[in-house]
Ligand binder design. Structure first.
Ligand code: ADP
Ligand code: MG
Length: 326
């Protein structure tokens, strides 16, 4: 654990306000648009920064230059160090052997796994199943750990957890105690909750963090405001915070994402996940869910770095997520 913690940088001391030329008003605009730490400014483009924060391009260039002086950009790691960290990776069962096999044996720690699909495709069912599974002993494909969940749509149902826990032969009360849920009221709150989660997990055995849904607040708040870049910047920051949680705690990060209901606004493809490239580049595993007949769902693995694309059938029943009878 101590070894893992060293692989991630400590919180930065220098704040956005501390940069020369950044007054209170500018700092607020920067923060609102997701530039809320020095690193995010250091890697910004002058054009984006000037447009998003409503400052001149010259001022943006200066802010970026001074952010670069203060930024803690991290270190190079040897392949050996990375290999050591990879060896700590554990896999969490989804409840379906078909799906586990498709993703190489289960959901990996130190990575973000994204489930996307239309309304009712089973994303929340899978999140709740993962929460239950993570509390199971390792022999059953769990982590025997506690779980944190950020619920943005108020769809967490303890009654459903009880059903799923019973189906696995677990004590339902104990299972409920091990799953802690926070409602996120807006995108800023959601981002703060990840910081809170990092605090909460210190000294504890929390190996699963769920965000259901990753994108609903971002989508609602930025709809039609023409500030797609600002939204992407915030989502980018959020994804990196999530990944940091995964690295610090050797935890699985599972998130859900809707497919676009507004293809004209969101990247043209009606089945495109919200957040486009930002979410795509940070999520290590992306699984597209679609409804099939009789409680069945088709799960398709999309752009994995080291696994072939493919799809499997899973089912959602009262007992939770499983393989359909063959
Ligand atoms: P999403 O989060 O993708 O919008 P959900 O995960 O909420 O979708 O999926 C809802 C669907 O899950 C329901 O339409 C139903 O098919 C299935 N479902 C939910 N609860 C149960 C249950 N207790 N038994 C069987 N199926 C259920
Ligand atoms: Mg849902």
């Amino acid at each position: 654990m101590a070894k893992e913690e060293k692989t991630v940088k400590e919180e930065k001391k220098v704040e956005v306000e501390d940069l020369p030329g950044v007054g209170e008003a500018t700092a607020e605009k920067l923060r609102e648009n997701g530039y809320d730490d020095i690193l995010s400014l250091a890697v910004a483009s002058p054009k984006d920064l000037s447009e998003l924060a409503g400052i001149g391009e010259g001022a943006a260039v200066k802010i970026i230059a001074s952010a670069r002086k203060f930024a803690d950009v991290g270190n190079f790691e040897s392949g050996e160090e990375i290999m050591k960290r990879r060896q700590l990776v554990k896999k969490l069962t989804s409840g379906s052997k078909n799906l586990d096999e498709l993703i190489g044996g289960g959901l990996e720690t130190q990575s973000i796994t994204e489930f996307f699909g239309e309304f009712g495709s089973g994303k929340t069912q899978i999140m709740q199943q993962l929460a239950v599974n993570a509390t199971m002993p390792e022999e059953m494909g769990g982590f025997n750990c506690d779980v944190l969940m950020i619920d943005t749509e108020n769809t967490f149902r303890p009654e459903r957890i009880i059903q799923m826990a019973k189906a696995k032969g677990l004590d339902p009360d104990e299972t409920l105690r091990r799953i802690q849920v926070a409602r996120a009221y807006n995108s800023h709150h959601q981002i703060l909750l990840v910081e809170k989660a990092i605090e909460e997990a210190k000294g504890r055995n929390i190996k699963l963090l769920i965000v259901d849904s990753l994108t609903s607040h971002f989508r609602a708040e930025f709809m039609g405001r023409g500030s797609l870049a600002g939204r992407q910047q915030m989502l980018n920051r959020h994804m990196h915070d999530l990944l940091k949680f995964g690295l610090l705690n050797n935890a699985v990060i599972a998130v859900t994402n809707q497919v676009s209901a507004r293809p004209d606004v969101f990247f043209g493809d009606p089945t495109a996940p919200i957040g486009g490239n930002i979410v795509g580049h940070t999520a290590t595993f992306r699984i597209y869910l679609r409804k099939s007949k009789a409680g069945r769902r088709i799960a398709r693995l999309i752009d994995s770095p080291n696994l072939p694309e493919g799809e499997v059938v899973i089912q959602v029943t009262e007992d939770g997520i499983s393989d359909p009878p063959s």
